[in-house]
Design a protein around this ligand. Structure first.
Ligand SMILES: Nc1nc2c(ncn2[C@@H]2O[C@H](COP(=O)(O)OP(=O)(O)OP(=O)(O)O)[C@@H](O)[C@H]2O)c(=O)[nH]1
Ligand SMILES: [Mg+2]
Length: 304
């Protein structure tokens, strides 16, 4: 856990250094007056917490501490507490039901957000917990996508079901389910394309995959995981709306929290959709994906 915490801290360093430094600078004169509160609100917006959340947090801070002399650390601790309270309800690891054989997880998202990498990391994580994991290379649009998933499969020691590029993604998903059932797999993770010729094609393909799975069992897929790239900031909110209009998304993964000052978007997502955030990605390595702890996340976001 301490290794993971240090990675979370390093990952959020860009977000936290700006926030922590900004709060510190604002409080040089050590008075939390209206002007300072406005500055803090702006900082929170800059960290992509969203306009409404930033205003609410500044308001709470003002009520509690208005016009009093305060330490910058106390202000950051107050904000971290308020943020943790907001994200705690969505900080939930993906529920795993070993009785399902297999539990079927469809992974969707815009191209480049980290779907394939996230599947590789999840495969690694669940394999290490003793689950039999099968991967399906449902991104049949690009040949490189299949090879990328195969490399992750080799690394984690999981079978990868694939077809040549250009094959029907729904057919591949059907075959993968069949094979995962025969092999008694606990978990089937299905990759999908992030981009087709256009958005209508992508929607049609994702919906067909879901339809084909449902024909086998109406409870399928058990989870539809939407992968979002934190570096896109507020754009991630748009993507949730777009994908929810296509398929019933059940949970989110937020990747690339390293290398961005927009870590606050997780707070905006929590406030806007109340969808569980199953995991966050803070690097490209196999163990750079973990369920997140709301308080630890908020503390690190504020550089505490
Ligand atoms: N720094 C960092 N890089 C990440 C993270 N997750 C994924 N990446 C990188 O982001 C790039 C895109 O990741 P992919 O997994 O290929 O994304 P994808 O959504 O499958 O992309 P398409 O298949 O093109 O739709 C790769 O270079 C990954 O290594 C993360 O948490 N942190
Ligand atoms: Mg991919």
């Amino acid at each position: 856990m301490s290794g993971w915490l240090s990675r979370l801290k390093a990952g959020l360093a860009k977000s936290s250094s700006r926030l922590a430094q900004g709060v510190g600078d604002l409080l040089v004169k050590r008075k939390l007056d209206a002007e300072t509160l406005d500055g803090i609100e702006e900082l929170l917006i800059g960290a992509d917490l969203g306009v409404a959340t930033a205003a609410a947090l500044a308001g709470e801070l003002g009520k509690a501490r208005f016009d009093k002399e305060v330490e910058d650390r106390a202000v950051r601790a107050f904000l971290a507490q308020a943020i943790a309270a907001r994200i705690a309800p969505v900080a939930r690891p993906m529920p795993i039901d070993r009785a399902l054989k297999p539990q079927v997880v469809l992974v969707v998202g815009v191209n480049g957000t980290g779907k394939t990498t996230t599947i590789g990391k999840l495969a690694w994580l669940y394999k290490s917990q003793g689950l039999a994991v099968t991967l399906a290379a449902g991104d049949t649009f690009r040949a490189a996508a299949v090879e990328q998933l195969q490399r992750w499969g080799e690394r984690a020691g999981c079978p990868v079901i694939a077809r040549q590029a250009g094959a029907d993604a729904a057919g591949l998903a059907f075959d993968a389910l069949d094979q995962a059932r025969k092999e008694g797999a606990d978990l089937l993770l299905i990759d999908t394309a992030g981009r087709l010729h256009n958005k209508a094609d992508l929607m049609a393909e994702l919906q067909k995959v879901v339809r084909v799975l449902k024909k086998q069992d109406p409870a399928l897929p058990h989870e539809i995981l939407l992968v979002l790239d934190a570096t896109t900031g507020q754009n991630a909110l748009k993507q949730v709306e777009t994908f929810r209009a296509m398929v019933p998304v059940t949970g989110l993964v937020l990747t690339k929290l390293d290398g961005t000052a927009k870590g606050g978007v997780l707070v905006a997502l929590a406030e806007s959709f109340a969808l569980p955030v199953y995991a966050i990605g803070v690097g490209e390595g196999a163990d750079d994906l973990q369920p997140f702890d709301a308080q630890a996340f908020a503390d690190n976001l504020l550089g505490l």
